[in-house]
Design a protein around this ligand. Structure first.
Ligand code: COA
Ligand code: AMP
Length: 273
């Protein structure tokens, strides 16, 4: 791959200042045009008419690209949203997040993590031991960008997710984001569910455990949600942490192992073995 010209292409669309859609890819030179088209299909096909769409294209130094394997993937079939959140808390604890901090983070997303219960534009950062909020700006948070599946990684993850019940392109993208984030210096785990009222799935992710998906961690129609990156403690180098998330280009070369849909108790028990 060394020498190949690669570009980060990032699209976002908004309507009256409200974010409508965002997506990104990392592709070789000859696929730039087609990818811009592909990315713009989303806001144009959504049934809304965004008044602003922007596409940024930056060449990436191929020698600086990090290549990582995706996190392993498992889905936990829980009876309802309350039990999904209980199991999410237990997975967070097994990842190294203090029990009270795990509870607080879940309550935070349920209430809306931004000022006055609003959504944040990016993720909150929490000290995994104390729960202290470490992001500079509680409305903005920190955004992870410049990541994608490599060409061969994309083919393989598409085949793998083709066998998954209720797989969604958002799962593939969130798995890519979580796989990049899991390699951030000082990170312990991540918790996310969408603020999109039509999307009820969410996850806990951590390098040693993988990406644990909960199909119903939120009731339909609810527009509170968000993302939390838990870091080891408040002494980590936050500048290096956010720089990695925002600036380091990461290609995900291959999927991890797919463990299928599992009973939550069996899965939690398997983590202590
Ligand atoms: N909600 C609200 N505002 C958003 C937003 C969101 N989800 N995403 C982007 N914005 C707006 C913000 O105003 C942001 O400004 P800020 O940094 O002051 O908050 C602005 O867009 C610029 O964001 P930035 O990330 O600097 O722009 P970019 O053009 O480099 O990248 C995205 C835009 C949307 C492609 C990128 O932020 C992103 O989210 N990439 C990941 C996409 C993806 O695969 N997501 C899967 C998640 S499950
Ligand atoms: P989504 O799953 O896209 O609905 O995003 C859920 C929440 O995660 C949003 O409300 C944001 O707070 C946050 N978020 C979205 N995109 C990013 C990103 N690229 N990096 C970090 N946080 C994000």
């Amino acid at each position: 791959m060394t020498g190949e010209r690669l570009y980060s292409i990032r699209m976002r669309a908004s309507d009256n200042g409200r974010h409508v859609s965002g997506a990104e890819r990392i592709v070789p030179h000859e696929r730039v045009r087609g990818t811009v088209d592909e990315l713009l299909t989303r806001p144009l096909a959504k049934g809304t008419r965004p008044d602003r769409m922007s596409v940024s294209i930056d060449e990436i130094d191929p020698d600086r690209i990090h290549r990582v394997q995706a996190l392993d993937l498992v889905m936990l079939d829980t009876a309802d949203t309350a039990s999904a959140r209980r199991y999410a808390a237990r997975v967070l604890e097994r990842s190294g997040v203090a029990p009270q901090v795990a509870q607080d983070a879940i309550a935070l997303l349920a209430a809306g993590p931004g000022p006055a219960g609003s959504a944040m534009r990016g993720a909150a950062i929490m000290d995994a031991r104390t729960g202290a909020r470490l992001e500079e700006d509680r409305t903005r948070g920190v955004r992870a960008t410049r990541f994608d599946w490599s060409e061969s990684g994309l083919q393989r993850i598409n085949v793998l997710l083709g066998s998954v019940p209720l797989a969604h392109f958002r799962l593939r993208e969130a798995l890519a984001l979580a796989s990049k984030a899991a390699h951030a210096p000082g990170i312990v785990a991540e918790l996310c569910w969408s603020d999109d009222p039509d999307y009820t799935a969410g996850y806990v992710a951590a390098k040693p455990i993988g990406y644990v998906r909960f199909p119903r961690i939120k009731e339909p129609g609810i527009s509170t949600g968000g993302r939390v990156f838990f870091v080891r403690d408040s002494s980590i180098d936050l500048k290096a942490f956010t720089r990695y998330l925002r600036e380091v280009a990461v290609l995900i070369d291959e999927p991890g192992t797919f463990h299928g849909v599992q009973d939550p108790d069996c899965f939690i028990a398997s983590l202590s073995r």
